[in-house]
Design a protein. Sequence first.
Length: 106
Amino acid sequence: MTDDDAVFKALADPTRRYLLDRLYERDGRTLTELESELEMTRFGVMKHLRVLEDAGLVVTRRAGREKQHFLNPVPIRLVHDRWIDKYTEHRVAALSDLKKRLEESA
């Protein structure tokens, strides 16, 4: 499985996207904090966090007895640059050309 595949797999699940949104709002949350916002077992949340970690979207750091989870936006940016940006570039260039032509003819 490639890095992109792991990121797409991680982002495919709504619960994992929800966890990423929570970490975007405030980084450094513990499992207990994240679990409290979901109607899911602690083990279920741990499994989702593991998929996010495996994809590189979440990194962890131990702080005493607690494990804090942090969002790593780099893999999402790499997917954007590789898969989204290149497909929108042509359309943006076409709109820019159209604007230029309309302004020249006016």
